[in-house]
Design a protein around this ligand. Structure first.
Ligand code: NDP
Length: 254
């Protein structure tokens, strides 16, 4: 029995061309899945796809902006057409705009909410009939420590990441009958482009995170590969509606 084998499964990973998304895409590819990575940056997507193919996986890169509803639906349709179905969806694309709450424009608020939360809903909605037709599927939504905690400099981001957890629970209860499991992963502080900018903007962040994290280090994108494989696999057939921190103990530090 190989409960983590993903051979023959087709996965779409939004924001799979870099950072945490690429870490998870690599895990899924190494476990045997065919992977479709989605991002806006063509060069970054091509480089990431080429890198994943070197490990022997079947990989496609699709350039799309997840803030456009029709683009999200087209990505799912293209993946199904190219590879015959969709078994795994990872809603990972995300951005942050860091400011005091009183300083955001409504456009900035909307941009963060649409990128981080609405896109996950649209992708899930588009994936649903394909997964149901195929007898089931796995949806993995990426939350954050800000799904749990407040943050003085990230009001829309925190709202979107809190929303991701509730969306996960709502979809998990609705689609359990279709054998679709929906879970959220809440990464701790991971070294990526997103947090490199954060460290430039928020003084002392690097040291504060390290001091609060029991394992004593920042995470790396590869730290998210294992949970992605687990939640995408048969081993997680009875796991649904969960929000699982992968944070080096950050969220349990008193
Ligand atoms: P990165 O900035 O490294 O990666 C973000 C990814 O999202 C890129 O692949 C980017 O691709 C894609 N993306 C962003 N906006 C869009 C868009 N409009 N359309 C399509 N793709 C888009 O960030 P991380 O890897 O750090 O973050 C990934 C996820 O993990 C996010 O949801 C983030 O909130 C979450 N997270 C990150 C943490 C961390 O510490 N790093 C902690 C907790 C959660 P492209 O540039 O090509 O558009």
């Amino acid at each position: 029995m190989q409960p983590f084998d993903l051979s023959g499964r087709v996965a779409v990973v939004t924001g799979g061309n870099g950072g945490i998304g690429l870490g998870m895409a690599r895990g899924l590819a190494d476990a045997g899945a065919t992977v479709v990575i989605v991002g806006r940056d063509k060069e970054k997507s091509e480089a990431a796809a080429a890198d994943l193919r070197r490990g022997g996986a079947k990989v496609a890169g699709i350039v799309a902006d997840v803030t456009h509803e029709q683009s999200c639906r087209s990505v799912v349709a293209a993946a199904v057409q190219a590879f015959g179905g969709l078994d795994i969806l990872v809603n990972n694309a995300g951005i942050n705009i860091r400011k005091r709450p009183e300083e955001y424009t409504i456009q900035e608020w909307n941009t963060v909410l649409v990128t981080n939360l609405s896109s996950a809903f649209v992708f899930a909605q588009a994936a649903y009939p394909e997964m149901a037709r195929g007898g089931g599927g796995k949806i993995i939504n990426i939350g954050s420590m800000m799904s749990l905690f407040g943050a003085s400099f990230a009001a829309p981001y925190a709202a979107s990441k809190g929303g991701i957890v509730q969306l996960t629970r709502a979809l998990a209860t609705a689609w359990a009958k279709d054998n679709i499991q929906v879970n959220a992963v809440l990464p701790g502080w991971i070294d990526t482009e997103l947090t490199r900018t954060a460290r430039q903007q928020v003084e002392g962040l690097e040291e504060r995170v390290r001091a609060r994290t029991p394992v004593g280090r920042w995470g790396v994108p590869e730290d998210l590969a294992g949970i992605a494989v687990f939640l995408a696999s048969r081993a997680a057939d009875f796991v649904t509606g969960a929000a699982i921190p992968v944070d080096g103990g950050y969220s349990v530090q008193g």
